[in-house]
Design a protein around this ligand. Sequence first.
Ligand SMILES: N[C@@H](CCC(=O)N[C@@H](CS)C(=O)NCC(=O)O)C(=O)O
Length: 187
Amino acid sequence: MCKLFRGAEYFSDDIDLQIQPPIMPRPDFEAIGVKYRRIPILAIGRDVYCDTRLILDKLEQLFPGSTLGASQPDQRAVQKLLETWTIDGGVFARASQLIPTSMPLLNDPKFTKDREDFSGRSWDKKQIEAMRPESIAHIREAFSFLERTLLADDREWILKTKKPSLADIEGEAHLHGYPAYADLVAA
Ligand SMILES: N[C@@H](CCC(=O)N[C@@H](CS)C(=O)NCC(=O)O)C(=O)O
């Protein structure tokens, strides 16, 4: 699940959240002249923001009363490191490889063709399943990292806040909501 989808609800009821179809075409994008295909995007008037990090920064500027981001430098550093860890450090990529191949979308030839055209690699179910053990090891390690460090003292939220903050969204959004994780926890 995209981390912005988990975060947008905190900002304002005025945000018109439009869920996009899983494959192209995306008529909402066409309607505003956007050729880029990845989601999410944020459109404000004539400005379109095409990356979650930029989108969150913009939302924080627009709705300062609903700020999710940390203000102290050391907390901002933890938040930034978590963002880099999940996106550039591979948690997002490994988490997406754990989506079960029994999922209806992965059995829809239109979807696999769309993804093969987009990514330039095979989306054959056997290949996806072959990658699973290595991805499980990565995601177990990700849970273990959080449980043995930032969450080791049983705090509820990463920065000891009363409510979830951006650090929680950065650090945990990709570790929630994948049905495959039931196997990991049970293992
Ligand atoms: N840099 C982007 C990447 C987002 C991204 O890769 N989103 C995935 C879905 S969670 C995507 O758009 N995949 C291709 C697609 O659905 O067309 C961001 O963080 O906003």
